[in-house]
Design a protein around this ligand. Structure first.
Ligand code: F6R
Length: 243
């Protein structure tokens, strides 16, 4: 562990509140900041808190831009299980962010290379991600960057591992309906963010959390690359904290 700051919260709700503090601070510092967003169960307390804070007049999202980490290949933005729909339902529809200021990789892209390139260019045109939110998979994935022999760099298509397909099947009628591929920001895209905040909750994440920040940097644990980022804050609950 090199630069990572660690905050241990009591429970997932408090992890959400502490992470919301980081976002509030960033938006106050730069009202038009670019935030990188994630889906999954872990950020839900954060998103509830952000919605509440805007309603209470503490945050103003009207100038903020957002870029999501990933999307399933082949799902339309309106598909119940698409990450775009998840973001609309759990955050974007409830805050003042402008629709044109939110991007999620396009699941239905026909020309995958062109879509991935345009995604990178849009983030660059916005001046890069100021604060990137991350969760972590049980195999150490961030975004959909799965364990590999190297660290993939920019936004690209990935084949999902059996572990990730099984972890995500709870949201679909059957495992056959879970998409087998996805589009994701690369490790390079994520590492280019100026600041990163990772939320981790639950005892089932303890082992991978230990490997990530207290083990060797290894592409077999993709999140371990975060040890090389100069500004990472890890916010975990007591159940996930490995010590
Ligand atoms: C989601 C994403 C994934 C999740 C990870 C953990 O956009 O990028 O890497 O952060 O799979 O998911 P949860 O929070 O559901 O345990």
């Amino acid at each position: 562990m090199f630069h990572t700051r660690v905050i241990v919260a009591k429970n997932p709700e408090q992890v959400g509140k502490f992470t919301a503090d980081k976002f509030e601070e960033e938006i106050q510092r730069k009202p038009s900041c670019v935030i990188g967003l994630a889906t999954g169960s872990t950020p839900l307390p954060l998103y509830r808190e952000l919605i509440a804070r805007e309603k209470a007049g503490l945050i103003d999202f009207s100038k903020v831009r957002s870029a999501n980490l990933d999307e399933y290949k082949g799902l339309a933005p309106t598909h119940e299980q698409s990450y775009r729909k998840f973001m609309q339902d759990n955050l974007l529809d409830h805050i003042s962010i402008k629709p044109e200021n939110t991007i999620v990789p396009l699941g239905l892209a026909e020309d995958v290379d062109a879509m991935c390139k345009a995604y990178e260019e849009k983030i660059e045109e916005w001046g890069g991600v100021d604060l990137q939110l991350l969760g972590i998979g049980h195999d150490g994935h961030i975004g959909f960057n799965e364990p590999d022999d190297n660290f993939p760099t920019m936004t690209h298509e990935v084949k999902l591992t059996e572990m990730t397909i099984n972890a995500n099947k709870r949201f679909f009628n059957s495992v056959d309906e879970v998409p087998k591929a996805a589009f994701t920001m690369g490790i390079g895209t994520i590492m280019s963010a100026k600041k990163i905040v990772m939320m981790v909750t639950g005892a089932d994440k303890k082992e991978i959390l230990k490997k990530t920040f207290w083990g060797p940097v290894d592409p077999k644990v993709p999140a371990s690359i975060l040890q090389f980022h100069p500004d990472v804050t890890l916010i975990c609950d007591e159940d996930a904290y490995p010590f």
